[in-house]
Design a protein around this ligand. Structure first.
Ligand code: IMP
Ligand code: MG
Length: 201
C-alpha cells in the first residue's frame, strides 16, 4: 500500500504565491502548503508505525529541512541516521549514477527503517538506498519523499511509499533542494529560472 497525495495536495501551478528571488521562475509549493502536508504525512506515518521503534535515514543534504520538520510532528520512538550519496554532482540537472558519500550504519538488523529523501525523480537514488538498507539486515524498509516528479514513463516503480506532493517534471529548488549547492534555504519550493542554470550564473 502506498501513501500518495490526495487531489487537494496536487500542485496546480496557480499564481497565488508570495514574491520570490529573481532566480525562481515559478513557485510550485508554498511554505504554508508544505507545513500542512507535513502534518498529514506525520499522521500517516504515526498510524503506520504505531507501537514500533523507527529509524529514519535522512538523505543528506536535500532531506535535512524536510526531515527536521517531519520528525518533530511524530510522537514515536525515533532514531535519526544520516546517509549521503552523489547523484546530481554540481550543476547537473539529471542523475549521473549513484555513489556513496556517507553509507548507512552497518548494522540495521531488526530495525524498522524509513528512508526519507527530498525528491523522487527517476527513483534511481531510492532504489539504490532500499537495496543497501535491505542488505544491512533491516527488518522492514519503506521510502518517503517530500516531492515526487510526475513521470508517467516510470510506471509502477515510479513512486515512494509515502509522498508529500506530486509536482510537474521540472527542476526545482528550495526547502532543502539545491542547484549547485545553492537555494536550499528558500522557504518555498520553486522552479529554477533558465538564466540561473547557465554557466557563470
Ligand atoms: P533520482 O535518483 O532521479 O530519483 O533523483 C533523486 C535525487 O536527485 C534527489 O535525492 C535529489 O537530491 C536530486 N534531484 C532530483 N530532482 C531534483 C530537482 O528537481 N531539484 C533538486 N534536486 C533534485
Ligand atoms: Mg538528494
Amino acid at each position: 500500500m502506498k501513501f500518495l497525495p490526495t487531489p487537494d495536495t496536487l500542485v496546480d501551478m496557480s499564481d497565488s504565491t508570495p514574491p520570490q528571488p529573481a532566480d525562481i521562475s515559478k513557485v510550485l509549493v508554498t511554505r504554508e502548503q508544505i507545513a500542512m502536508r507535513i502534518e498529514q504525512l506525520a499522521e500517516e506515518l504515526v498510524r503506520f508505525y504505531e507501537g514500533r521503534e523507527l529509524t529514519v535515514l535522512v538523505v543528506l543534504t536535500g532531506a535535512l529541512v524536510f526531515v527536521s520538520d517531519l520528525v518533530r510532528k511524530m510522537p514515536l520512538k525515533v532514531r535519526i541516521e544520516p546517509v549521503s550519496v552523489h547523484s546530481y554532482p554540481g550543476r547537473a540537472t539529471r542523475s549521473c549514477g549513484v555513489q556513496w558519500r556517507l553509507p548507512p550504519p552497518e548494522n540495521l538488523t531488526g530495525r524498522n527503517v524509513l528512508i526519507a529523501d527530498d525528491i523522487f525523480d527517476s527513483g534511481e537514488t531510492m532504489r539504490f538506498l532500499l537495496a543497501a538498507v535491505a542488505s544491512a539486515g533491516a527488518e522492514h524498509v519503506r521510502s518517503c519523499c517530500l516531492l515526487q516528479k510526475n513521470r508517467p514513463d516510470l510506471g509502477e516503480h515510479g513512486s515512494a511509499d509515502f509522498v508529500g506532493f506530486q509536482i510537474p517534471d521540472e527542476f526545482v529548488v528550495g526547502y532543502g533542494l539545491d542547484f549547485d549547492g545553492l537555494y536550499r534555504n528558500l522557504p518555498d519550493i520553486g522552479v529554477l529560472a533558465e538564466h540561473a542554470r547557465e554557466p557563470g550564473a
